[in-house]
Write a protein that binds this ligand. Structure first.
Ligand SMILES: *Cc1c(COP(=O)(O)O)cnc(C)c1O
Length: 425
């Protein structure tokens, strides 16, 4: 164990972690169902689906088998000039379950690249038509990934501060919490009325990294309607909300007005392999339907549509559409709702909320509720000591469990939260 730690510490640079002063990175040797198993046989309950990616539990035999079968047959092939069954099948499945207006799938590697592709397509849509539109609208608090385009359309924060001078300009509207809808609407319509807006990008209904912040689908519907009435392309970043997280297959299923572009990753492969997908509506595709190379989308990645990743995604979708999985999603939703009702009004809680399989709880603190919060340093070890992985965002904890998590396991986590609330911290 100590040996692992030392070797890790001298060779590896971990994401979102300072090189000095962070806790040791725990060596995980295997994982099964909702459990991460570290050296020494410690079992940790994964309440956050390993960064929101895992849907059906770890090392799921159906997904593992699909990957192994594919690896032995065709592990990879360049995707320009070649195609393969796993990618075609996945595109067909996605188009079957996505909103009806979606007509093509563009593959990439992860959530950031799925956003990058959507943002670039939205700009080129205007370029191809010879119209100059270069403004983008996003929501305050947005997180869309860590590449430059994705950072540009995300909130300016400590995470992106060193790069501020290099990010392209974006207009942010107030996050439409219930009491900010009016202000949000005002700024949004004024920007759209300027006539220079190319696209509007948003995390539909739940903003993930900002702290599982939720807003009304009805309000988002109004924004999309106004944007589309003015030919502004709407990009739904469903990297986190996709594949059942909010109780329906996609957040877009709660909307009357369907987005023009949809970004997918995270749960796409059930959390087994990295893969990104951007789905594109027919009227955008039309502006690219020419043999003129200058109007083609000249973008790609070496691992675009990796066959093993596509096979994992096909297996994951099959599991997701099973009645058992749908039942699990409603079961977790109901458990969360009950626990939220139970905690509502608690003196130590500023806000507690849930939507589908996501639950979030904000603690009252004196200090500002930024990522660097004192409370975080108490929360993380408290739950880890109980072998529960909850990764707080400042003064907020959230659950986004794999769908196979049982009622008993959920109760264990809820109980731990109640025990923390009972502490004199
Ligand atoms: C995680 C996330 C991303 C970035 O995905 P990566 O795979 O980490 O690059 C983009 N958008 C949303 C909403 C996310 O939650």
């Amino acid at each position: 164990m100590a040996d692992w730690e030392k070797r890790d510490n001298t060779t590896i640079w971990h994401p979102f972690s300072p090189l000095e002063g962070s806790m040791p990175h725990l060596p995980v040797i295997s994982a099964e169902g909702p459990w991460l198993i570290t050296t020494g046989g410690r079992k940790i309950l994964d309440a956050v689906s390993s960064w929101w990616v895992n849907l059906h539990g770890h090392s799921h035999p159906v997904i593992a088998k699909a990957i192994a079968r594919q690896a032995a047959k065709l592990e990879h092939v360049m995707f320009a000039g070649f195609t393969h069954e796993p990618a075609i099948q996945l595109a067909e499945s996605l188009l079957r379950i996505l909103p009806d207006n979606q007509s093509r799938i563009f593959y990439s590697d992860n959530g950031s690249t799925s956003v990058e592709v959507a943002v670039k397509l939205a700009f080129q849509y205007w370029y191809n038509q010879g119209e100059k539109r270069n403004q983008v609208i996003a929501l305050d608090g947005a997180y869309h990934g860590d590449t430059f385009g994705a950072m540009s359309v995300g909130e300016r924060s400590i995470f992106t501060q060193p790069f501020f001078p290099f990010l392209f300009e974006v207009d942010f509207i107030p996050f439409p919490s219930r009491d900010a809808e009016e202000a949000s609407w005002k700024k949004f319509t004024a920007l759209i009325d300027s006539g220079n807006v190319a696209s509007f990008i948003f995390e539909p209904i739940v903003q993930g990294a900002a702290g599982m912040r939720m807003y009304r689908p009805e309000f988002l519907d109004r924004l999309i309607q106004y944007a589309q009435a003015n030919d502004v392309l709407c990009i739904a970043d469903e990297v986190m909300t996709g594949f059942g997280r909010l109780g329906r297959l996609f957040a877009s299923d709660f909307l009357e007005n369907k987005p023009d572009l949809i970004c997918l990753s995270k749960g796409l492969t059930g959390g087994a392999l990295p893969l990104g997908a951007t789905s594109i509506s027919a009227h955008i595709v039309k502006t690219f339907q020419t043999s003129d190379l200058k109007k083609a989308f000249l973008h790609g990645h070496s691992y675009t549509a990796n066959p093993m990743a596509c096979a994992a995604a096909n297996a994951s979708l099959e599991l997701l559409e099973k009645e058992e999985c749908q039942k699990n999603i409603s079961r977790i939703t109901q458990n969360h709702e009950r626990f939220v009702r139970q905690l509502t009004g608690h003196a130590k809680i500023r806000d507690v909320r849930s939507m589908g399989t996501i639950m979030a709880l904000e603690f009252h603190t004196d200090a500002d509720s930024s990522y660097i919060s004192e409370l975080r340093n108490k929360l993380y070890p408290f739950f880890m000591e109980r072998n529960i992985l909850l990764r707080p965002l400042g003064n907020l904890i959230y659950l986004i469990p794999p769908y196979i998590m049982t009622d008993g396991q959920l109760s264990e986590i809820y109980q731990a939260i109640e025990d923390f609330l009972a502490l004199d911290y």
